[in-house]
Design a protein around this ligand. Sequence first.
Ligand SMILES: Cc1cc2nc3c(=O)[nH]c(=O)nc-3n(C[C@H](O)[C@H](O)[C@H](O)COP(=O)(O)OP(=O)(O)OC[C@H]3O[C@@H](n4cnc5c(N)ncnc54)[C@H](O)[C@@H]3O)c2cc1C
Length: 395
Amino acid sequence: MISKNNFDFVVIGGGIVGFSTAVKIQKSGKSVLVLEKEKTPGFHQSGRNSGVIHSGIYYKPNSFKSQLSIKGRELLIEFLNAKNIPFRLEGKLVVDNNIQKIEDLLKRSKDLNMEGVKILRNKELLEKEPNSIINNALFVPQAGVVNYRKVTEALAEEFVSLGGKINYFEEIISIDTVEGRKILNTKKSKFQGDYLINCGGLYSDKLAIMDGLEPNVRIIPFRGEYYTFDKSKSNLVNNMIYPIADPNLPFLGIHLTKTIDGNIEAGPNAVFAFAKEGYKWTNINFKETFNSLTYIGMLNLGKKYFKTGISEMYRSLNKKAFVKEVNKLIPGITIKDLQPRGAGVRAQAVDKDGNLVDDFLFQEGLSSLHVLNAPSPAATACLAIGEHIANKVNK
Ligand SMILES: Cc1cc2nc3c(=O)[nH]c(=O)nc-3n(C[C@H](O)[C@H](O)[C@H](O)COP(=O)(O)OP(=O)(O)OC[C@H]3O[C@@H](n4cnc5c(N)ncnc54)[C@H](O)[C@@H]3O)c2cc1C
């Protein structure tokens, strides 16, 4: 059955990026429909992440990530205040034994006009995190924590209050373009819009192909697993402790975060998942795994990062190795102090040469725009990404 209405815009994906975009466009007076295959907002990446409000310090200057995360953080904090969503903004410690790396980040913070970023040593450091075994750290006051599932739900509510329409349980299985208009086919119905915006996260590559594009990237799923500290140890960390990330990888490495609920979480690692929505080792989708493993970009990626991939898998299967990593930041944590928490799966675009695409990636089609890479910090940046897309498509 074809839906009676023709919408100005149809957004695929009820995650944080889809709803931020839908709100922004709906506010400009256009009619917007969001189609989501699950039953609630933020069911995948937007509801299964670290919950960190990133400062923006890590990202290459002038990249989308840098610009949109700094602007997005400001917009997000305004939104959280307006909607009374709890958040804490107490800053984080970025640590490394190599002081040069910390000084380089400090310099970048100055280039980005970030105030209050400073190097802490000994006493000052122990005042912030008395239980850590760190010698040097960069204190970044702009970072914080929030529950992004709640943010996504609040965006969905705002969208509906503005007159927007959401249809859950609608999985797009094919897309037709008829006289410039988009017909979106699901198992149950057909929906129609003048313009399509694909915010399909882990399936954004597949949706772009359905729309007739030949994207230069494929989405490879990387599971991020976490452990929560036992309650008796949750006073050992006050805020966030992050090792400096490997600049060649878009993942931030295992870090410690005091979540908005007061739990201490360690993680996430980055393990190749055997299904796009493979939240456990036992979730296997043979077709998706076959497609990932036979993609030329994945073969090239495997050649470059074979050792890293194996050590991430080893750490995933061997809790002792994970604990060892945690003990580099906080001593005295044992295997029984860590309980597994639900994992998340990152939608990471990989190009044909095997590069993990670092920046956010948007590709336009005929009456369509596809978000082909929106990994971390896209939750922090969501409102700025929504604004960026709305400005582009409203033209
Ligand atoms: C482990 C992990 C930790 C992270 N930590 C942070 C962090 O601390 N801070 C931060 O800023 N960012 C973080 N991120 C990144 C952040 O969570 C994502 O960048 C963000 O949630 C992406 O939002 P999205 O809307 O693009 O994707 P999603 O939330 O995945 O939404 C995509 C939606 O599209 C729907 N969909 C897909 N295919 C179809 C179809 N065919 N038909 C209909 N619907 C479809 C899906 O069901 C899904 O709901 C983390 C991510 C992960 C995985």
